[in-house]
Write a protein that binds this ligand. Structure first.
Ligand code: MCU
Length: 402
């Protein structure tokens, strides 16, 4: 009875609370007057009004996605007219040869796939897309696909700007960063799998992973490609599951971490436009908790390593703590995990983290009924003496979105 009254009440409330219709959702790519030294509130629209419902939040996500592209990722082109896959399987391995682009300008790339033994489930195999190679263990029953992201958008150093297959198609002056080029490539892989039923992939059960620079990229893919069910960035550090503001704070506190001013000098993971903001990051109307918030309500678990100061350990923990409020507000805290430990080399996945990782695979890719991902949010707290104080950075109450 109480439950019925509560749901009637929720229904009544939701009919009175004004929601934002698709037509009203304005998505500018910049907010010139914005300035906030704290993490921007993900539950405020660009005009400062409150996000109250889940429907509001989908508009808010569109706003954050547009801002992230505007300030740091460059623009992500839509699906082009040509997507032509050719799938060749040989035993447990296969090649998915993808030709894509425009009638007069096409590129081709050919990810390799590995299939589990045995008969495929009725709806096909779940799939893990791994940037450049696998650096996490994969449970039985999941197919894997290796995506050569660096061929799609090079990432050697500054000279990689505008170089790679994506830029052969869209021009070396395209605003997209290498990470956006990779997202675009992942989307074409998924288009191709949709067009290739004989590949036998369950399109509702696709995960993405990558480590370090490729971990930054995996988070971007999960944020911008809604067909990804599970996102697993590994030791992504700055520019990944850390926040620009928090990394700067760590650096100002005396730690040697990577921050925005350095990252834009090192590589082409961000658009040229981002150079204009790295010295004054409080003008960014988002931070990377907002990037992680784009993954919701889909699942996200990120792994970090406190042995490497450069990865900005406080920033990773603080940033994902802020992102977690979004999953809480949507009533799905178990869809977001964070595991931060030490005592292992960079990108060397310690066995002690298998249970947490496998819980996410079990629940979100393998549909195991008994799988639970509750309370997988842990850190060893080794932040090189710098202190995380949530109220210094997070000035919002987490709403319960209707
Ligand atoms: C953690 O990712 C990067 C880092 O941002 C770079 O500064 C460093 O040079 O390379 C890391 C990486 O990708 O290592 C494989």
């Amino acid at each position: 009875m109480a439950g019925r009254i509560a749901s009637l009440l929720a229904f009544a409330l939701s009919t009175f609370v004004a929601t934002v219709s698709a037509a009203e959702c304005s998505t500018p790519t910049s907010l010139p007057k914005f300035n906030n030294t704290k993490l921007p509130n993900p539950f405020l629209f660009n005009d400062g009004t409150h996000v109250r419902t889940k429907e509001d939040f989908t508009c808010r996500q569109k706003q954050m996605a547009a801002l992230i592209q505007g300030y740091e990722a460059g623009s992500l082109p839509p699906r082009p007219p040509v997507v032509e896959p050719a799938f060749t399987r040989n035993g447990s391995t296969a090649v998915l040869n993808i030709t894509t682009g425009f009638e007069d300008n096409k590129i081709s790339f050919a990810p390799t796939m590995t299939f589990p033994e045995g008969t495929a489930p009725e709806r096909g195999w779940p799939l893990l897309i791994a940037y450049s190679g696998l650096s996490i263990p994969v449970p039985d029953g999941i197919a894997t696909l290796i995506f050569d992201n660096s061929a799609m958008g090079e990432q050697n150093d500054q000279s990689s700007r505008g170089v790679g297959l994506f830029f052969d198609l869209f021009g070396s002056n395209a605003t997209a960063s290498s990470m956006s080029a990779w997202v675009w490539g992942v989307s074409r892989i998924i288009d191709s799998l949709e067009l290739t039923p004989k590949a036998g992939i369950n399109l509702d059960k696709i995960a993405v992973t990558g480590c370090s620079r490729d971990g930054k990229g995996a988070l971007m893919a999960g944020a911008f490609e809604p067909r990804i069910a599970l996102t697993i960035p590994q030791e992504s550090g700055s520019g990944g599951d850390t926040c620009w503001r928090l990394s700067k704070f760590e650096q100002d506190s005396g730690d040697v971490v990577q921050q925005a001013t350095e990252i834009v000098m090192e590589n082409v993971w961000f658009s040229v436009n981002f150079d204009n903001f790295v010295n004054d990051i409080s003008v960014l109307p988002y931070d990377h908790h907002s990037l992680a918030a784009l993954v919701a309500p889909r699942a996200l678990i990120s792994f970090e390593n406190t042995d490497f100061e450069w990865l900005s350990p406080l920033s990773g923990f603080g940033c994902m703590t802020a992102a977690h409020t979004v999953f809480e507000a949507l009533g799905i805290p178990d869809n977001h995990g964070f595991v931060q430990a030490g005592n292992h080399s960079h990108c060397d996945f310690p066995e002690s983290q298998n249970a947490d990782l496998f819980a996410f695979f079990d629940k979100f890719l393998l549909d195991e009924k008994n799988a639970t991902t509750a309370n997988i949010f842990t850190t060893n707290g080794l932040f090189n003496g710098t202190v995380w104080n949530a109220s210094q950075w997070i000035d919002w109450e987490t709403p319960r979105l209707l």
